[in-house]
Ligand binder design. Sequence first.
Ligand SMILES: C[S@@+](CC[C@H](N)C(=O)[O-])C[C@H]1O[C@@H](n2cnc3c(N)ncnc32)[C@H](O)[C@@H]1O
Length: 260
Amino acid sequence: MQYYLLINTSTNTTHIQQINLPKNNKLTNQTSCTNISDLQSLISLLKDNPFIIIQNQNSTQLSKTKASNSKIRSLIKNSQDNLINFIMHYETWCETGITVNFNSPKIQKRCDELSKSDLLIKALGHKTHPTHIIDATAGLGIDSFLLATAEPNAKISLIEQNHLINILLQDGLDHCLTNQNIYNTCSRMKLFKANACDLIKTLPPADIIYLDPMFTNNSFKGAVKKSMQWLHDICPAPSESELNHLFITALKHAKKKGYY
Ligand SMILES: C[S@@+](CC[C@H](N)C(=O)[O-])C[C@H]1O[C@@H](n2cnc3c(N)ncnc32)[C@H](O)[C@@H]1O
């Protein structure tokens, strides 16, 4: 007997079902759940490498394209935490289609336009030639990539605590290593999955520790890029005490004390 996970993107419910495929595509032994704790107990039924089937928006027909299933499998791997995180944010992810691609024309254009007046470059300080930069709030890694481009002698340590973002970012970095244009830049970028407050002290001292934590809900106004909107949806903004802790930890471990 094999169990499969069915994500119904139109009703926002998740089912674990025993499915006979490919013989007749009929669904049997359906169990449904609408909250995460039910889902957690159902997930324990899943075997390794669950095959994910997604019901499409407007009909009962199952969508099981090879590409989406392999993307989903690689995103959730076998971990239950991953799976729950993934399910919670799957719909937004589908709608926005966020991926990490440092070779995109948009990011390349941003790299070409980097100048001394860019706020990110100003934050580095004009006279420093850093050899190690920590991006303690890596997100989708765009600022890290720009920092690595601007400082060709620096190694960049990226820290990201959110599981799903971490997976997308690692996926983006892995792809870079097969791309000649950006190989040199990305080979100096190393990603860690952790809370920066815990990890920073275990890393070699950094010339610069870069922080770009999430906006709070109240300060998040106006039109923002869809990737940033998505980040905001899936990452709760840190509390004031978390922000203070991060800031104080960074100040303590950066070689050059000061901030921009
Ligand atoms: C505004 S986003 C950063 C965007 C990023 N600068 C970019 O260019 O894509 C903030 C990110 O920091 C992460 N974050 C916040 N606090 C963190 C911490 N203490 N340790 C690690 N990551 C953290 C959040 O999960 C979120 O992905």
